[in-house]
Write a protein that binds this ligand. Structure first.
Ligand code: FAD
Length: 359
């Protein structure tokens, strides 16, 4: 049986950033990730030409934690491509060009995709403390602290446990003694940011739309994509476009066989026939990822929710059971910056337990 000070459930940005901070503070941890990769909602399509983001693409000025982390890790950012005109498609499929400028101008991207951030964090952590394909199946309070049981049967005893998973995923975890109805409904009430969305990416030999003075940005009232952006790498390679679907998850799932071709047909309406022949394309439907989305998440969110950790979820089991994930951050909750803020909050709490005087 494993034994540690802090058991971290979830190897997305929150869990890994927390592990990074605990490592630097000299606090022992074990991190359990259910999937066969780290990163959670940070994921990329690995094309032969390079990685293209399938989860988050951007971070923004005024987000100090992500800027500092990228610096610390020696990674390079670049500006979202914003030269040229935006295109617009009305409900009938008629396309007009020159309808304004790139809508995400001023946003930052990460060289090598945001997975480079995950890889850099993982490379700085001791491999024997990080467990992939390690789905946490039960969390139980014990006399000495907490007991974590994995789906494969292995267990880990820890002083405390941090659930670095979206609140609705935490709500579905078997926890003993059971959370109160008020705690369970507080978790269930927090929607997982972007969990109901899907992205389509298409990789080309070159960013041919740029040659025609197009930014790659497009808005559509017809669909199936409602918003398209240039997703190319810094030097234009890999050359790629991505789009968010305007269809809700139920409609997407009913049309899943025809959807990629419909998306390519739409790219051709915007950018010409070359768009019909990508080197590769990929559809990432986050509503189909059981480690991200719960059935309630497939209903689209109308606005960015007010995030933060409800008081009823703070200080459980005398501080031995803590909730993290981006959605628990009161500022920038839902975003990567929120994930780092959540990790920072929990790391400070953990350190105040182990390092007296550091409160
Ligand atoms: C399509 C899309 C676009 C986005 N765009 C942006 C953007 O442009 N900018 C931005 O800042 N943010 C964006 N986001 C949000 C951003 O991805 C999240 O804020 C961030 O990745 C959340 O990290 P997290 O670690 O809190 O949660 P997650 O990434 O959800 O990580 C949770 C981890 O827990 C694991 N897990 C779940 N259950 C268990 C279990 N029982 N046992 C062990 N492990 C488990 C999961 O596999 C996952 O790895 C976007 C998200 C999506 C999906």
């Amino acid at each position: 049986m494993m034994q540690t000070q802090v058991a971290i459930v979830g190897g997305g940005l929150t869990g890994l950033a927390l592990a990074h901070q605990l490592q630097r503070a000299g606090v022992a941890f074990e991190l359990f990730e259910a999937c066969d990769r780290f990163g959670g909602r940070i994921k990329a399509f690995e094309s032969a030409q390079g990685r293209v983001d399938l989860g988050p693409s951007w971070f923004w000025p005024g987000q100090p934690r992500i800027a500092a982390l990228i610096d610390t890790l020696g990674l390079a950012k670049f500006a979202q491509y914003d030269q040229g005109a935006l295109s617009f498609e009305d409900v009938s499929g008629s396309v007009q060009r020159g309808m304004g400028y790139a809508s995400m101008s001023g946003s930052w991207r990460l060289e090598g995709s945001l997975v480079a951030l995950i890889d850099a964090l993982v490379s700085r952590l001791p491999p024997d403390r990080l467990h992939l394909r390690a789905e946490v199946a039960q969390i139980a309070r014990s006399d000495a602290g907490v007991q974590i049981t994995l789906a494969g049967g292995q267990s880990c005893s820890a002083d405390q446990v941090v659930l670095a998973v979206p609140p609705r995923i935490a709500q579905a975890l078997p926890i003993a003694p059971a959370l109160t109805p008020a705690q369970l409904s507080a978790l269930d009430a927090i929607p997982t940011w972007m969990a109901g969305h899907a992205k389509f990416v298409a990789v080309y030999d070159r960013a041919f739309w740029r040659d025609e003075g197009l930014s790659g940005d497009a808005m559509s009232r017809r669909g199936p994509l409602m918003e398209i952006h240039d997703a190319s790498g810094r030097s234009g390679q890999p050359a790629a476009l991505f789009g968010f679907f305007g269809l809700d998850a139920r409609t997407r799932h009913a049309q899943q066989i025809t959807l990629p071709q419909a998306a390519l047909d739409q790219l051709a309406r915007f950018f010409g026939p070359r768009a019909l022949s990508p080197l590769a394309h990929y559809l990432q439907d986050w509503a189909r990822e059981p480690l991200t989305a719960r059935p309630r998440d497939i209903d689209p969110l109308r606005a960015h929710p007010d995030y933060g950790l409800p008081a009823v979820l703070a200080g459980l089991w005398e501080g031995r059971l803590q909730f993290a994930s981006s959605e628990t951050a009161p500022e920038m909750g839902g975003y990567m910056e929120g994930a780092l803020a959540a990790a920072e909050r929990v790391a400070a709490k953990v350190q105040s337990t182990y390092l007296p005087g550091s409160k």
